[in-house]
Design a protein around this ligand. Structure first.
Ligand SMILES: *[C@@H]1O[C@H](CO)[C@@H](O)[C@H](O)[C@H]1NC(C)=O
Ligand SMILES: *[C@@H]1O[C@H](CO)[C@@H](O)[C@H](O)[C@H]1NC(C)=O
Ligand SMILES: *[C@@H]1O[C@H](CO)[C@@H](O)[C@H](O)[C@H]1NC(C)=O
Ligand SMILES: *[C@@H]1O[C@H](CO)[C@@H](O)[C@H](O)[C@H]1NC(C)=O
Ligand SMILES: *[C@@H]1O[C@H](CO)[C@@H](O)[C@H](O)[C@H]1NC(C)=O
Ligand SMILES: *[C@@H]1O[C@H](CO)[C@@H](O)[C@H](O)[C@H]1NC(C)=O
Ligand SMILES: *[C@@H]1O[C@H](CO)[C@@H](O)[C@H](O)[C@H]1NC(C)=O
Ligand SMILES: *[C@@H]1O[C@H](CO)[C@@H](O)[C@H](O)[C@H]1NC(C)=O
Ligand SMILES: *[C@@H]1O[C@H](CO)[C@@H](O)[C@H](O)[C@H]1NC(C)=O
Ligand SMILES: *[C@@H]1O[C@H](CO)[C@@H](O)[C@H](O)[C@H]1NC(C)=O
Length: 482
């Protein structure tokens, strides 16, 4: 068995060497017009900083084509081509140059991603992975080459040194750094970073690409101090160089690392809705979080979804308001809380045949930051405020502060627990939700009674068994004795 084990080890070692050789032999930094990339094949940038090929994020069953650091043991994706269109089999999918573009064909030979440029060139093309982490499609003529398309112009969620996050002032369109949908899905999520399209030289973080749902701003670039006004911690130092460029047609911010052989650094728009900067620490083989904004998780717009509750005090930032449950357990487990929560029990007022004596009630939630979009109602007392909400079926909650009545209709967004100047929010729930503690106690009693009964029953069985056995033994003895 030992020998068998050793043989197996040797075979797998040999196999590893073989597959290693395969990688190295295909480890060029270019895909030329007559080549293709498929399965485990990858290309490696000339200095060995970045690798490009198929990858599978986490436990996902989907494959994507993208780029990651080669010198880092923890696979960290910096760019993804087919963010929204994964392939299911990397061996029958092919990336190659086709009709003047770099195109990914899926297992059915259907193009799912393309550099999508219209070029009229007839000369030879190649795709090259540069050591700064830029994939370039270029045209070769003689010994010179012209870039036709660059991954640096099509950012995914990561902003690496040398990349420019641009605003085209003529079209007022900004490039966006967009978060992943969840930790295993690189499809564009809800959070994005971009330069103000109005040209204020500030970066904004937006929710769902909407300027009216902007929840963080860097403040304008300050050319004298070489930093953004609301990011004073971003001072020039011995590690980075930051610069901001602006002329009539475009503006952009870029940064570089002074010594790229010692520092691996990246900015990324995280699934948490925060822009983060992290540096690789070789000693611990992990990313060290250097900086992140907005600093408080609960400042991220609608982070916990409808009827979710955000808290800075607990390790898990999101949970559901009492009386509500997670809409999608699966999404929540992948850190996508945007689906929020749903009622455990429908409100009575939503039931047309609601004449069963029970009306809806309000649950008192204290120490809360109140939800988005309140509507104020002119009433004279807290009772009148409550009645207003109770009578209107679309009303889901009310608050009464400083003789001001506010009501909310529909989804409750941005509820935060344990806010500094906590307020009291009264949330409408079905009356049956209020008897649940009682039924819980009932269950506990039931369990206790059940256990006691079981013990008694077991005791009885054992007792009867022993008695019978004693009797049997006695009988046997009697027989033996005779
Ligand atoms: C592929 O093309 C390159 C130049 O574009 C050439 O040097 C190479 O020999 C070609 N390889 C094959 C297998 O045709
Ligand atoms: C993948 O699945 C395994 C086992 O089911 C689990 O332990 C692990 O945490 C999962 N990884 C991720 C990234 O979800
Ligand atoms: C290429 O661009 C066109 C229009 O700009 C778009 O309709 C098409 O879906 C794109 N194709 C791919 C494969 O991205
Ligand atoms: C091509 O390379 C040769 C030598 O390597 C050089 O003499 C020539 O000027 C180059 N041509 C162009 C167009 O750069
Ligand atoms: C841009 O400026 C216009 C006019 O001043 C204003 O209406 C608009 O809201 C601004 N947009 C943003 C994104 O700030
Ligand atoms: C995001 O915005 C789009 C329209 O731009 C809308 O269709 C979509 O429902 C929005 N997503 C969410 C989660 O609200
Ligand atoms: C602005 O700068 C870019 C280079 O970053 C250049 O291509 C462009 O022509 C410049 N525009 C003007 C109006 O000078
Ligand atoms: C970068 O760091 C390495 C290792 O510390 C050092 O040998 C090299 O001289 C540095 N390069 C620069 C440009 O400072
Ligand atoms: C509406 O009320 C009726 C009668 O009380 C009940 O049978 C039914 O399940 C209720 N429906 C909902 C959606 O609560
Ligand atoms: C209920 O509240 C909504 C939203 O505040 C309002 O539009 C509607 O008119 C109200 N309905 C009644 C019957 O008051």
């Amino acid at each position: 068995m030992d020998i068998k084990h050793r043989t197996w080890l040797m075979i797998s070692f040999l196999f590893m060497c073989l597959s290693l050789e395969f990688h190295v032999s295909s480890g060029a930094d270019t895909i030329s017009a007559n080549q293709s990339l498929s399965g485990d094949q990858t290309i490696l940038s000339a200095g060995g900083a970045f690798r490009f090929g198929f990858f599978k994020p986490g436990n996902s069953s989907n494959y994507y084509i993208g780029m990651w650091y080669d010198k880092i043991s923890l696979q960290t994706i910096v760019w993804v081509a087919n963010r929204e269109k994964p392939v299911s089999d990397k061996y029958s999918s092919v990336l190659r140059i086709s009709d003047g573009n770099l195109v990914l064909f899926d297992e059915s030979k259907v193009p799912v991603w393309s550099t999508n440029i219209t070029s009229t060139t007839t000369s030879s093309l190649e795709a090259i992975l540069l050591d700064e982490g830029n994939l370039v499609l270029r045209e070769l003529s003689g010994n010179s080459s012209t870039s036709l398309w660059e991954s640096f112009d099509h950012p995914a969620h990561t902003w690496i040194p040398g990349m420019k996050m641009r605003l085209d002032k003529r079209t007022k369109v900004s490039q966006r750094l967009i978060s992943w949908k969840n930790v295993e899905d690189p499809a564009p999520g809800l959070f994005s970073l971009e330069l103000d399209p109005n040209g204020s030289n500030s970066y904004f973080i937006l929710w769902n690409g909407s300027q009216s749902h902007r929840y963080w701003s860097s403040g304008p670039w300050n050319e004298n101090q070489k930093l953004f006004d609301d990011v004073p911690e971003m001072t020039q130092n011995y590690i980075y160089d930051f610069s901001f460029f602006s002329n009539e047609t475009e503006s952009y911010f870029t940064y570089s690392v002074k010594n790229t052989s010692t520092i691996i650094s990246r900015f990324y728009m995280d699934v948490t809705g925060q822009i983060k900067q992290a540096n690789w620490l070789d000693s611990t083989k992990s990313w060290f979080l250097f900086w992140s904004q907005p600093r408080q998780q609960c400042e991220v717009y609608d982070y916990c979804g409808a009827f979710g509750r955000c808290s800075e005090q607990t390790q898990k930032s999101c949970d559901c308001l009492q009386g509500f449950q997670r809409k999608s357990e699966h999404d929540w487990s992948l850190q996508d809380y945007s689906g929020g929560c749903e009622r455990k029990t429908q409100l009575q007022c939503q039931n047309n045949s609601a004449a069963n004596g029970k009306s809806d009630k309000f649950l008192t939630n204290s120490n809360m930051a109140l939800p988005e979009n309140p509507q104020s109602v002119a009433v004279r007392s807290v009772d009148e405020c409550e009645t207003t909400c109770l009578k209107n079926c679309s009303c889901t909650a009310y608050a009464y502060e400083d003789s001001q009545c506010s009501i909310w209709s529909g989804n409750l967004l941005g509820v935060q627990q344990g806010a500094s100047d906590g307020k009291t929010l009264y949330i409408k729930l079905a009356a049956s939700e209020f008897s649940s503690p009682k039924s819980k106690r009932g269950t506990v009693i039931g369990v206790v009674v059940g256990s006691v009964a079981l013990v008694v029953l077991l005791g009885l069985v054992v007792f009867l068994y022993l008695r019978r056995r004693k009797k049997t033994i006695k009988t046997t003895k009697a027989v033996e004795g005779s």
